[in-house]
Design a protein around this ligand. Structure first.
Ligand SMILES: NC(=O)c1ccc[n+]([C@@H]2O[C@H](COP(=O)([O-])OP(=O)(O)OC[C@H]3O[C@@H](n4cnc5c(N)ncnc54)[C@H](O)[C@@H]3O)[C@@H](O)[C@H]2O)c1
Length: 332
């Protein structure tokens, strides 16, 4: 028997790929998004599937959410399990600094969505958290930061940026508490720098560089980019991590799982690599602006998820960038 999935933020990067894979596997998806940072285009290929119930709904709207609960209660008896995946969030870096922008969606409504899952007797709740919670101690030289490492957080004395991370951290406590009290199974996932072929909003670094270089042969990076290095996770891999964790009963223990690749690259080298792929021999890279409390590196240890599931990243950065560039050229 197939499962019923309820996915918030379904047109976002992880949500749309998750819905695609589940629908193609014969499961049913109730998905919604308010198009805060995405559009219907990301699910254009699946939105008419008979097993996809899509709604333009807002996670912060109580009426919308009670309608979602009614749909679940109406049809869930036809499925083996009911599984909630909370992908909706205010994610982009520009909002990290605005606690008022992120708190309601990322914290209060995450909690209400978890309460809904519990009240409809859902089997599983997956909470998408973030590697931002590692804040100022986002790397070490011993194989990367681990889920049970103590955290060194920047505070409001240093930067408002951490408000996003602290909000997400709080959701991990709600998740753990619900599982410990036997109300539901589930876990939290700390993703690091997700990107996707479908991203058309040049807010994240990869679409920003592709967009800017392909239009002008020039890209402006933050001053931080002179030193910063990151790894990047294609949404095919973020989505596979969600599915692997759902299918591993022992992983649904309320705790946290790092999900990232080991392929670290400096932002300047990333810009040069993208330029090479766009056949731009002399890209103009300039630096402007500075972001406070932005860690120079972020290296996550992923032993925990690799031990309890078969997950490992399958899309290399080079392949992922090729897919993004290909998808951009098809959309022009
Ligand atoms: N993108 C990243 O680099 C990254 C990194 C770490 C963690 N995460 C987390 O992973 C999860 C999935 O993010 P993503 O990578 O797919 O990002 P995304 O921005 O592509 O997707 C989030 C989706 O949520 C939607 N949304 C926002 N507010 C909403 C609301 N009030 N009601 C309904 N929908 C709403 C947006 O429109 C968007 O489609 C999020 O919880 C995010 O915090 C993402």
């Amino acid at each position: 028997m197939k499962n019923l999935y309820v996915i918030s933020g379904v047109t976002g990067m992880t949500g749309n790929e998750l819905a695609r894979q589940l629908l193609n596997d014969g499961h049913t998806v109730i998905g919604f998004d308010n198009f805060f940072a995405s559009s219907i285009d990301t699910v254009r290929d699946i939105v008419d599937y008979g097993n996809f119930y899509f709604f333009e709904y807002d996670l912060n709207n109580a009426v919308h959410m009670s309608e979602i609960a009614s749909w679940v209660e109406k049809i869930q008896k036809n499925y083996s399990k009911t599984i909630y995946v909370n992908c909706a969030a205010v994610v982009h870096t520009e909002h990290f600094y605005e606690v008022e922008h992120t708190f309601t969606t990322n914290v209060t409504s995450m909690r209400s969505f978890l309460q809904q899952a519990i009240s409809v007797h859902a089997d599983i709740y997956i909470n998408c958290s973030t590697s931002e919670v590692y804040s100022m101690q986002s790397w070490n030289e011993c194989g990367g930061v681990k889920e049970d490492d103590f955290l060194l957080l920047a505070t409001a004395e240093h930067s408002q940026r951490t408000s996003y991370a602290v909000g997400k951290l709080l959701t991990e406590f709600f998740m753990k508490d619900a599982v410990d009290k036997g109300m539901i199974k589930g876990c939290s996932i700390r993703f690091a720098n997700v990107y996707s072929n479908h991203e058309r909003f040049a807010k994240h670094i990869i679409p920003h560089i592709i967009d800017s270089l392909s239009k002008t042969g020039e890209v402006i990076l933050l001053e931080n980019s002179k030193k910063n290095k990151r790894s990047f996770l294609h949404n095919i891999d973020s989505c596979r991590a969600v599915l692997e964790l759902i299918n591993s009963n022992s992983a649904l223990d309320g705790t946290v799982y790092n999900v990232a690749t080991d392929e670290e690259i400096s932002i300047v080298d990333l810009a040069k690599l993208i330029a090479e792929k766009l056949h731009i021999s002399m890209p103009r890279i300039t630096f402007e602006g500075y972001r406070a409390s932005d860690p120079e590196r972020r290296i996550l240890n992923t032993d925990k998820i690799r031990k309890c599931t078969n997950w490992k990243p399958v899309v290399s950065l080079s392949e992922g960038l090729d897919m993004c560039i290909q998808s951009l050229s098809e959309s022009i």
